[in-house]
Ligand binder design. Sequence first.
Ligand code: TRP
Ligand code: ZN
Length: 530
Amino acid sequence: MTRQAVRWAMLVVASWMLGVGSTAAQVATQGNQGIGDPYFPLMGNGGYDVEHYTIEMTVDVAKNLVDATATIEARATQDLAAFALDFTGPSISRVDVDGKAAKQDRSGGELTVTPTSPLGRGADFTVLVAYAGPPGRGEGPFGGGWTAEPDEIFVFGEPAGPETWYPANAHPADKATYTLRITVPKPYEVASIGTLQRTTDNGDSRTFVWETRDPVAGYLIPLHIAELDEATAEGPAGLPIRNYFARAIPATDRASFDRLPEMIDYFDSVFGPYPFEAYGATVVDQALGAALETQTLSTHGRDATAEFIVAHELVHQWFGNSVGLERWQDIWLNEGFATYGEWLWTEHSRGVSDRDEQIRRWYALLAARDRLHDRAALEEMNARELVDLVLDAFPGLISEEDALKALGVRAKAELEDRPAAEALEQLDLPPPALQPVTIGDPGPDGLFRGAVYGRGGLTLHALRLRLGDDLFFQTLRTYTERYRHSTVTTEDFIAVAEQTSGQDLDAFFDAWLYQTALPPIPEVGLEVER
Ligand code: TRP
Ligand code: ZN
């Protein structure tokens, strides 16, 4: 049974004990304040599934104020006396359920709605929430949702974010379709998800109506409000490509996006058909040091427009977006696959030896980190060897000069007789650097560690070398087809690989995903010295 199935079974037993189901209305309970993700107990909500969100919003860009109505069409998955939505946005003037005023209660990031009468299991219902004021402020290493800058507003958050600007079942396990009607003052424009259905001119302002055909997780809704330039192109089978650039983005930072038709063509051939109605990117005029794979329209910081990043975000459309996460623990299914996609693009556009070089560099870096948490290896090392290891493990992050200074010496040669373990304490590496990482369960703070990306990619390369190209790419295509527009756990991917290859891969995936030691890739002579 999957975890989801276990939860369902427990729910069935619990409701039977309470007598729920037979005497529905009298004993209907409140839906859980979380969807059941062990990493984020309050993320998402239980007891219902959202089908469609309609967000009608007027944005005062200069003051960062919104005036909005969110209409949420959902279906109850249990008898519900009350249910929660995630929301950290401004004050609410009205909540209706099926056209009748409902009681609302806000605490923390949870909005609890109590309809005048309970909702029966299986009932379709519509919630309307009207609110106005400043959106919530997200928190997170790269931002956490609604982000307002002078002359520019955008949304940028993972794993959280949607709750900052609309009430949501904000967990990727509950995908829905969306209609966004966003009104902004001239001269701003709005780039968002799916297809721009129409633009209406209201005199001083314009309303942009964007709509998606396919379901999407809340953190993957793109929204970029700014003075925008648009560049269009066409992908395979007439796929519309539309790129947006904040006015100030120079031509040099727009160039990588010209390769999108070629990239989509290539990834179609290895992953199966591109899953959505359109693609493109929007580039914000902020140095975010990151990009986010928002569905049908990836959001890039102005300093994150390199070709490999463009490829990475595109690959997420198959892995992470169409095939989405049932729980955050399995983040390697997103980041490992997108990283492997970068290497595939290198292979396709620059050749196998460039790809192999990229793979060797990642392996060397992870092998150095692996040795840094290997107590026995450290016992045998001197401080000079340790410094070399640290430089390999954190290229560009720690310089030799800094390391020598921290150890109080002028030259590496002075470190020959000093034990490594003692020197390691003086080096003062950031604590996460020394924590072992199991990428199949990296913990809520470890979701976006380098290893999830690099070791995730290496896991796929090792799988490819083990299965051979035919079975490996067959596995990827079966996986994207079977779980298109759906959600998965790591078990689902392993099952497809085992079924496609006829091999028992449990030990292989256990070593790569759930053990800390970096496995060898014997086919290409990569291994950690022990
Ligand atoms: N998923 C992003 C990527 O493609 C990285 C990321 C994680 C991110 N959290 C974020 C980007 C928050 C923007 C905001 O690698
Ligand atoms: Zn990514």
